[in-house]
Design a protein around this ligand. Sequence first.
Ligand code: PLP
Length: 396
Amino acid sequence: VDQLNRNVRGLKPSATLRINEDSNRLIQQGRDIIKLGLGQSPFPVPEVVTAALRQHAHEKDYLPVKGLYTLRETVARYYQQRDGIPRKADDVLVGPGSKELIFNLQMACEGDLLIPAPSWVSYAPQAKLLGRKVFHLPTQPENQWRLQADELDAFCQQEPGRTRILILNYPSNPTGCSYDAESLKALSLVARKHGIIVVADEIYAETTFDGQHQSMSVYYPEGTVISSGLSKWCGAGGWRLGVMLLPDALRPLQEAMAVIASETFTSISAPTQYAACTAFSRSAALDAYLVATRDVLKRISSYMVRRLSKIGLEMEEPVGGFYLLTSFEKVRPKLEAKGIFSSESLCERLLDEKGVAVLPGSDFGLDDNQLYTRMAFVDFDGGEALDAINDSGLSG
Ligand code: PLP
């Protein structure tokens, strides 16, 4: 169609949603499919949070564009306690999922987008929709897929003075790896030197198996934007509630984002915002839920790593989230003998012939010739898993 905006030409629906539709179609045709495609939390929303949602079902009015003030206060308090740096309600924006907030930020702000490769599927297409330049900065498994500070510095030195946004997602979708204090400190020095805005996509922070998440905002408070929400740790992806925290130095950016929100989504569902107040208030019930969900994820992750390693696949051991980035390079000769030379063809054949739905590394910015797939290990009944843990008294 001639009228198509040139920025949307060539874009496909989001890879994760596509694989889910493909697997559901095959299931409807009677195939038995192991769904390791879509990264959706398998756990039920904590009971205290659904109770709060029910209690506020009658709330029907539009809420303020930046979010319900009490929620913004609660979120600020949560992060202040977590990171030990001062936070206030004014730092917080609430939106319909962190995906939309990241897009909103990309709309509001100038500059090149830097993303480590591999990275989550949506950052680059969002940038493309806005006609923004994207640079993939390669990372290596031997460094736990962490962006190296000296490499970031060398990249920025090529053209000093450019406006840049860097998105760091940890624990990472697709690798399950994260950053430690030392690597964040090193990156923060480079970010400060080049005036880079760092978007810390911490949507999986609370799933970190040992509960020891480190945040970039501690080392680079003036330039770090935290992005998170209810989708992963609270099992409420379909509720569509994301939060973003911006430092004072980025207040004009936050104001611009609020203007965009006021002209687009207005505000998000009122009952959900009230329920989110409960979710972001620390409580014994929520702590127990987090301990139990992390325990389930850690056990499944270790099981997957053990079993996949046995058949010659390689991966870095995840420290959080529910993904594995698996290399099939060691079995390449076998695959090539079957005519499989790319991560996309590997995934098509796994789905068609074995009924296993996984995503190709190429969807995450890796070269399609590298035989990587991302596996989401969440195709199980999280409710039953939690019950089993609770029955065994393991959640303490
Ligand atoms: N960031 C990462 C790394 C993700 O994996 C996802 C969801 O898959 C999101 C952001 C978006 O989450 P939501 O829009 O549900 O908050």
